[in-house]
Each structure stands twice: as C-alpha cells, then as structure tokens.
Design a protein around this ligand. Structure first.
Ligand code: PLP
Length: 399
C-alpha cells in the first residue's frame, strides 16, 4: 500500500510557492532579491478593521463555536455589500462564509461535481483552480486565450470545448494571473451561452474592486439574470481590504446549493474564526475610501510596470485592466543565448533571471501557459523599477 493516497500525491506542487521559496533562500543568504511573486497587497489592513478584531478578541461571547455557515450579521452584511457593489440581489441564507476565497473555490467544486464532470477552465488560470477541480473528482478542460485577445476566451472556443459531460464554466474577471477584465458584451455572450446549454457558472469576483482606466468588473449573474439559479459567486476580503492572512471568503448561490455546502463545511471545519469574521464584518460594511487609496496606488505602479516591460525587446505586455498583475509574453526570448545558457521554457528562464538578476517572477507554467511571466506589482515603486530594470538588462543580452 502507498503511504500517501493517489488523490493527494497527484497534486502538482505550487510553482508560485517554489519560486518564492528559492527567492527566500537567496534573501536569507543576504542577496538583494526583488520579488514579483507575491499575490498579496503590500498595504497594512485598515485601522478600523484591526480595531474591530481587537474588540472581538475581548468579547467573551465571541469565543465559542458559532454557526458553520457564518455569523448571521456577517452573512447579512455580505448580502448588502454584494447588492451595493455588483448589483446582485440575494439574502443572507444564500451566503456561506468560508476560510478564504480558496476554500470557497474548493467547496464550490466539492458541492457541484460528480466524478467525471467536466469544468471549462479558462487559461491562463489561477494555480489553485485545476487542483480543486481534480480533488473533487472533476476533470478540468483547459480553454486557452493568448495576448492577441488580451487573454479573453470567446464563446466559439467554449463551444468547441463543450461535451455532454460539461457541467461548469469557471469564470474569473478581473483575472489572476493576466489582469484581464471581460467587457459587458463579452460577459453577456458567455453567460447566455452557458444558460442556453444548462451549464453552471462559478464566478470568482475576488478582484472586483481592483479595476483601472474606468473599466467596470461586471458580475455575470447580474448581466445574465436567467443563470443566477445555476451560479456560484466567490469572493473574499483578502485583496480588496489587504486582509490575506485573516482568511475570510464567501460563496453566494442558490439556497439548495448553499445549504449543501454549509452542511459539508460543518463537518470539514465548522465556523470560520469568529475574530476574523468580526474583522470582515467591519471591512465589508465600513468606508471604501481606504480601498480607493490602495487602488490608486496600484494604478500608478501598473502604468509604470507596463510601460517598462513593453520597452524590453522580445517582450510583449498587454495592458491589464484589473487585479495587480502584468502578464507579458516572453516567447520570443526562449531559445536565445543569455550568459552562456539557452533557456527553452519559462521555468528555465525564470530560474536564470533569479540567479543572474536576482529577481523572482512566476513562470507561465504555473498558470497553464508556458511562454509568459506573471509579475505582481504589489511592491514598492522603487523596488518595482529596480527589479524590471535588472530583468530588462539581462534579457537585452539575448542573442
Ligand atoms: N481567487 C483568486 C483568483 C485569487 O487570486 C485568490 C488569491 O490569490 C483567491 C481566489 C483566494 O484568496 P484567499 O483564499 O486569500 O481569500
């Protein structure tokens, strides 16, 4: 008998974490590594959120088990916030509070999928998606878009990938890793196509507030209301309020599915930490000016990084309209000689950049699309400029 189950042994180690670990090891040796790997805002959690959490720690009524589906006042506040921010109308019974958006992703597929059910996975995709589909017994079916469409897939591509086993379309706009935001027309076309074929939609809206150039993140079931009864909306406080470590996310959906997912959660982990839930309550029902300040700071860095990356020969960088990532193609660099080496894929090239330029970037292999790098611009502007300059200098040696 094997020591580790086939199911768990089959999980691909996270390439994002691998880059991070190497970068950290170099830093520990005292090397001046600049990291573009982190998928988290570099701002502190807003003060009023921290204060609410501190009060919750001291409140003894907050120390015991609470309802597995979430604190009633937080579920209410999430329903109200969702109507305010995206226009999607639901009540508290349709909200399940989870341990981060990550657990919402996992629970969504655990709740929806039977063995062999196919999920259309738009690539470049967030690293966690295929693993959560596979662990739930589902089959990820990758549908890939490249820089020529700004990383947006079309209905024609989805239709070509549809089979009689297709159960779910996984949608993520603004996207990690590309920063792509689908327009209202595109969201409408995709939503109508899913509705027509009886396909469920899981839509991850965790970057909804991080949009630029006047672009709006459209919520799929708001644009196409007829699909709301077969849609799960995923979201969380991590990216919007700089609360990655607090671990609060949620899932919104039809009552029967939320009831089933809550029952699953009651056995899996019970309630999310009460202190974190009270902090999340302060965040989602609190002022939004802090969020706007962070967004404005990201926007400055976004413009800087896109203009710098675009000037590097053999690098093509579409302008991301959301999240805090740039996703340039470096396909034209592969196979060329740099410092005596000829990297043939982006895993090798990322390694070379880390060793020679002491800059950490995440290779496209982590997102289902070799040939690209993900740069997170959630770092100080001077580090951003220094880091991209080093990459530019190294890549300009390619012959
Ligand atoms: N969805 C996407 C697209 C993400 O990029 C992330 C975090 O990287 C999450 C969900 C989950 O975030 P968390 O579990 O920290 O709430």
């Amino acid at each position: 008998r094997r020591r580790v189950s086939a199911r768990i042994a089959g999980i691909t180690p996270s390439a994002t974490l691998a880059v991070d670990a190497k970068a950290r090891a170099l830093k520990a040796e005292g090397r001046p590594v600049i990291g573009f790997g982190a998928g988290q805002p570099d701002f502190p959690t807003p003060e009023h959120v921290v204060e609410a959490a501190a009060a919750a720690v001291r409140d003894r009524s907050n120390h015991g088990y609470t309802a597995a589906a979430g604190l009633p006042e937080l579920r209410e506040a999430i329903a109200a916030k969702t109507l305010r921010d995206s226009g999607f109308s639901c009540d508290a019974s349709q909200v399940l509070v989870t341990n981060g958006g990550k657990q919402a992703v996992y629970s969504a597929f655990a709740t929806l999928l039977d063995p062999g059910d196919e999920v259309l996975l738009l690539a470049p995709y967030w690293t966690t998606y295929p693993e959560s589909i596979t662990l739930a017994g589902g089959v990820p079916v990758q549908v890939t878009a490249d820089e020529s469409t700004g990383y947006r897939v079309t209905v024609e591509q989805l239709e070509a990938a549809r089979t009689d086993r297709t159960k779910v379309l996984l949608f993520n706009s603004p996207s990690n890793p590309t920063g792509a935001v689908y327009s209202r027309d595109q969201v409408e076309a995709i939503g109508k196509w899913a509705a027509e074929h009886g396909i469920w939609v899981v839509t991850d809206e965790i970057y909804e507030h991080l949009v630029y150039d006047g672009v709006k993140a459209e919520s799929l079931p708001v644009v196409v209301p007829e699909i709301a009864d077969r849609t799960l909306i995923l979201n969380g406080v991590a990216k919007t309020y700089s609360m990655t470590g607090w671990r609060v996310g949620w899932m919104i959906g039809p009552r029967d599915v939320i009831k089933a997912a809550a029952s699953y959660q009651s056995h899996l982990c019970g309630n999310v930490a009460n202190v974190s839930q009270r902090a999340a309550l302060a965040a989602v029902s609190g002022p939004m000016d802090v969020v706007e300040e962070m967004r404005a700071a990201f926007d400055v860095r976004r413009k800087k990084i896109v203009s710098m990356l675009s000037e590097i020969p053999n690098v093509e960088c579409p302008t991301p309209e959301g999240a805090f990532y740039a996703y340039p193609s470096v396909k034209a660099v592969l196979g060329k000689k740099i410092r005596g080496q000829r990297p043939t894929d982006t895993l090798e090239l990322a390694d070379l950049i880390l060793r020679e330029a002491e800059v950490a970037v995440v290779p496209g292999e982590a997102f289902g699309t070799p040939g690209y790098f993900r740069f997170s611009y959630a770092l100080a502007e001077e580090d951003l400029v220094e880091g991209v300059t080093r990459v530019a200098n190294l890549l300009s040696e390619a012959k």
